[in-house]
Design a protein around this ligand. Structure first.
Ligand code: GDP
Ligand code: MG
Length: 660
C-alpha cells in the first residue's frame, strides 16, 4: 500500500513524515531537480509513505506542483494523506478541494492543532467531514498528539472513500456531470474540470464529444473558466469555514500586533527602506569593508609566499606570473568578498525565515499592480538578490504571459550577489564613510528602475489587465538558526565553487591575453597585449560615462558577461600585472584605473548593475522567453538602458566635480 503525504509548504509534512516513519527512511532527489525525495515505511504497518514537495494547488506552474501532480497521476497511490495547517484553513483547504476530485481516497490531518488551541480557534471537525465527505483527524506533529489515531485509521483502512462532488453551483455541476460521461479515464472529475478550464496540458484527454461540449458550456459563462472554478472553490471554502470555525476575534496574536506596525499604511514603506538599508549597510558598509581588508591581508601574504616559493623552486618567470598575477590575483580578489557576502546571505535568510519577506511582497503588490506587474513578480525579484538564474526560472509561476515576460526582462536588474563585489569595491574606495549609503542607494536605484521600466513597457508595449495575487501571510517567528546556517552555507559554497571554476578559468584566459601580443611575444607592455587591442575596439562605448578611453575598464566590464564577479577579478589582474605587490587600494592607485573619479565610479557601478547579465542568466532568459530573438531584445534593452542611465548619472555628477 502506498500513501502520498501532501500539503502546503510549512504545513508540517516533514515533521509528520519523520514521526510516522522513524528511522525507516530513504532520502534522495527527484529526477532532474535538487528537490528532496523522501520515502519510508509507516511504523508497525505495511504502508509506504512518500513526502511530496509542498504545494498550494495541483496546477503545474512550478516544479514542485509538476512533481506532485505527476506522481499522483502516474504512480499507484492508494491513499492521499493531506496535511492542513489548522491556523490557516482557508488556504489549506484550496488544495484539499482539488485532491478530493481525484479518484484516490483522502485522509485529512489537521495539523498545528496545538497552536489553534492556544489561539482559541475552535474547529467543528464533524461538520467539515460531512461537507467534504472525507475523514479528518486533528493532530499536532510537533507535540505528537493525535498521531496514534491517525496511524490506526490508516492501518484499519477506516477512512471514507470520498465521494465528493457537490461544491459548484448548480449549472456548473450539471456541465461537469455531462462532461464526465464522455470520459473513460481515471480521475474523471478532475480531468473534466481541467478540460473545462482549457488547460492545454490536458488536451490529450479530450474524448468523444468532449471538445464540442466544453466550447458550448463555456459560451454560457462569458468568462475565463479557470477563474470561475477558482472563485467557486473559494466560495465553497468560505461557506464551510464560516460554519465550521469559531475563532476568538478579540484575541490579538503577536503576529497581528507586529503587522499593525510593519503593514501600517504610512509606516510600511519607511520601515522597509530602513530595514533594507541596514542590511546593505551592515554587509557593504564599514564593518563589511573591515572583513574585506582582513581577508585581503591573508590573500596577499599567501600570494607573496607562493611567489617566493616558486622562485626558489626555479620556476620560470612566466609560470610565476601566471600563478601570482593571473590565478591568485583573480580568484583572490573574489574570495576577499566572501565574509561580506556571508553577512548579506545571513541577513536575507533571517528576513525570509522570520516572515518579514512575505510582508514586503504583500505591500509592494499594490505598487506593482499599478505598473503592470503583480506581487508574483516579487518572488523572482527576491530570489534575484542571490542569483538571477533561479530567479528567472521562478517566473514560471506567473500565469499572465505579459507579466511573465516583463518580470523575466527586469529580474536581472536586481543586484545579485555576484554584483556585490563590484559595488563594494567602488563604494568602499570612493565613498569611504558613506560606502554603506552608496551601496544601499544602488539597491533602491534598482527598485526605481524596475518600477519605472515596467510602467513604460506597460504603456508602450503590453496593454492589458494584471492578475491578482493570493498570498496568505505566515506568522512571524524566530528563525530556526540551524536552517539559516544551512541556507547560508549552501550559498557560500556555490560562491566558492564559482570562484574555483569559472573565475579561475577566466583569470587564466585574461592573464594570457594580457601577457601576449597578437604575435605571441611575451614580456610586452600591457598596452600592446591582445587584451588591450580588444578593449581599444570597444572603449568608445564606455567613454560617455567614464570620461576616459580605457581599454582596461572596457574589457573588465565585458567580462561581466562571463560572470559579474569577473569584472573585479579582471581589474585586479590588470592592475596588479605591472605592480610589485597587491594591497587593498592597489587597484585604484594603479596606472590602469587611477582615472576613476567618484562620478565615473558611480556610473560604472550603475552600468554593470543594469547591463546584460552573465551568460548563465542570458541562457535562462532565452529558455524562459522562448525564442532567441526575444532574448536578444532583452539583452539590448538591458544594456541600452544601462548605458543611458550610466551616462546621465555621470554627466550629472560630473558637474559637481567640476564645480567643487
Ligand atoms: P513542511 O514544509 O510541510 O515539510 O513543514 P515542516 O515539517 O518543515 O514544518 C514547518 C514548521 O512547522 C517547523 O518549524 C515545525 O517544527 C513546525 N510544526 C510542524 N508541525 C507542527 C505542529 O503540529 N505544531 C506546531 N506548533 N508547529 C509545528
Ligand atoms: Mg518539508
Amino acid at each position: 500500500m502506498r500513501v502520498a503525504l501532501i500539503g502546503n509548504q510549512n504545513s508540517g509534512k516533514t515533521t509528520l513524515f519523520n514521526l510516522l516513519t522513524g528511522n525507516n527512511q530513504k532520502i534522495g532527489n527527484w529526477p532532474g531537480v535538487t528537490i528532496e525525495k523522501k520515502e519510508g515505511r509507516i511504523r508497525s504497518t505495511d504502508f509506504d509513505i512518500i513526502d511530496l514537495p509542498g504545494v498550494y494547488s495541483l496546477t503545474p506552474y512550478t516544479i514542485e506542483e509538476s512533481i506532485t501532480r505527476n506522481y499522483l497521476f502516474e504512480e499507484d497511490v492508494d491513499l492521499i494523506l493531506n496535511i492542513l495547517d489548522s491556523t490557516n484553513l482557508e488556504r489549506s483547504l484550496y488544495l484539499t478541494t482539488q485532491l478530493l476530485e481525484l479518484d484516490i481516497p483522502v485522509l485529512v490531518a489537521l495539523n498545528m492543532s496545538d497552536i489553534a488551541l492556544q489561539r482559541g480557534i475552535k474547529i467543528d471537525y464533524k461538520f467539515l467531514e460531512e461537507k467534504l465527505d472525507t475523514t479528518m483527524v486533528p493532530i499536532s506533529a510537533l507535540k505528537k498528539t493525535g498521531v496514534f489515531d491517525l496511524i490506526q485509521i490508516i492501518k484499519q483502512r477506516s477512512f471514507r472513500k470520498n465521494n465528493y462532488d457537490h461544491i459548484y453551483d448548480h449549472g456548473l455541476e450539471e456541465c461537469l456531470n455531462t462532461l464526465e460521461k464522455e470520459l473513460t479515464h481515471k480521475h474523471k472529475r478532475y480531468i473534466a474540470i481541467k478540460l473545462l478550464e482549457g488547460d492545454e496540458a490536458f488536451d490529450e484527454f479530450h474524448q468523444n464529444g468532449s471538445k464540442k461540449l466544453v466550447s458550448s458550456m463555456c459560451n454560457n459563462y462569458h468568462r475565463d473558466m479557470e477563474q470561475v472554478i477558482v472563485d467557486e472553490r473559494y466560495r465553497y471554502i468560505e461557506f464551510i469555514r464560516d460554519e465550521a470555525i469559531q475563532s476568538n476575534k478579540d484575541h490579538m496574536t503577536t503576529t497581528d500586533k507586529l503587522d499593525r506596525i510593519f503593514l501600517n499604511k504610512y509606516l510600511a514603506i519607511p520601515i522597509f527602506v530602513i530595514i533594507m538599508f541596514s542590511v546593505y549597510y551592515l554587509a557593504a558598509g564599514p564593518f563589511g569593508s573591515m572583513t574585506v581588508d582582513f581577508v585581503d591581508k591573508y590573500v596577499t601574504m599567501f600570494s607573496e609566499w607562493v611567489q617566493v616559493s616558486l622562485a626558489s623552486l626555479g620556476a620560470s618567470s612566466w609560470s610565476q606570473s601566471l600563478v601570482v598575477d593571473g590565478i591568485l590575483a583573480g580568484v583572490g580578489a573574489i574570495l576577499t568578498f566572501l565574509p561580506q557576502l556571508s553577512i548579506l546571505f545571513l541577513l536575507i535568510s533571517f528576513l525570509e525565515s522570520s516572515g518579514y519577506m512575505s510582508r514586503i511582497a504583500f505591500f509592494l503588490d499594490k505598487v506593482f499592480q499599478k505598473v503592470g506587474l503583480s506581487g508574483k513578480s516579487l518572488i523572482p525579484f527576491i530570489i534575484g538578490s542571490g542569483c538571477s538564474v533561479p530567479a528567472i526560472m521562478s517566473a514560471r509561476t506567473i500565469h499572465d504571459e505579459t507579466e511573465k515576460k516583463m518580470t523575466i526582462m527586469l529580474t536581472p536588474f536586481v543586484p545579485c550577489s555576484a554584483k556585490l563585489p563590484i559595488i563594494t569595491l567602488f563604494a568602499g574606495y570612493f565613498f569611504g564613510d558613506y560606502s554603506g549609503i552608496v551601496s544601499a542607494s544602488l539597491y533602491f536605484f534598482a527598485v526605481i528602475v524596475i518600477i519605472t521600466s515596467a510602467f513604460i513597457m506597460k504603456q508602450l508595449l503590453f496593454k492589458g489587465k494584471t492578475s491578482s495575487f493570493i498570498l496568505e501571510l505566515p506568522n512571524y517567528k524566530m528563525p530556526h538558526f540551524g536552517y539559516m546556517f544551512k541556507d547560508v552555507g549552501e550559498k557560500v559554497l556555490a560562491f566558492i565553487k564559482q570562484a574555483g571554476s569559472i573565475i579561475l578559468l577566466a583569470s587564466i584566459i585574461v592573464w594570457f591575453l594580457l601577457s601576449f601580443s597578437f604575435r605571441f611575444e611575451y614580456g610586452i607592455n600591457p598596452d600592446q597585449s591582445m587584451l588591450a587591442q580588444l578593449g581599444n575596439i570597444f572603449s568608445w562605448i564606455l567613454y560617455p560615462f567614464l570620461g576616459e578611453l580605457s581599454w582596461e575598464a572596457t574589457v573588465s566590464a565585458m567580462q561581466g558577461l562571463v560572470a559579474k564577479e569577473q569584472v573585479v577579478a579582471s581589474m585586479a589582474i590588470i592592475a596588479g600585472y605591472s605592480e610589485e605587490v597587491t594591497d587593498g587600494i592597489f587597484i585604484f592607485n594603479s596606472q590602469a584605473f587611477s582615472f576613476f573619479t567618484p562620478a565615473s565610479a558611480y556610473a560604472f557601478m550603475v552600468f554593470n548593475l543594469f547591463s546584460a547579465p552573465c551568460f548563465g542568466a542570458i541562457g535562462a532568459m532565452k529558455r524562459e522567453l522562448g525564442t532567441t530573438k526575444r532574448m536578444w531584445k532583452a539583452v539590448f534593452f538591458q544594456t541600452g538602458l544601462a548605458w543611458v542611465i550610466a551616462t546621465i548619472v555621470y554627466q550629472f555628477l560630473h558637474i559637481f566635480e567640476v564645480v567643487l
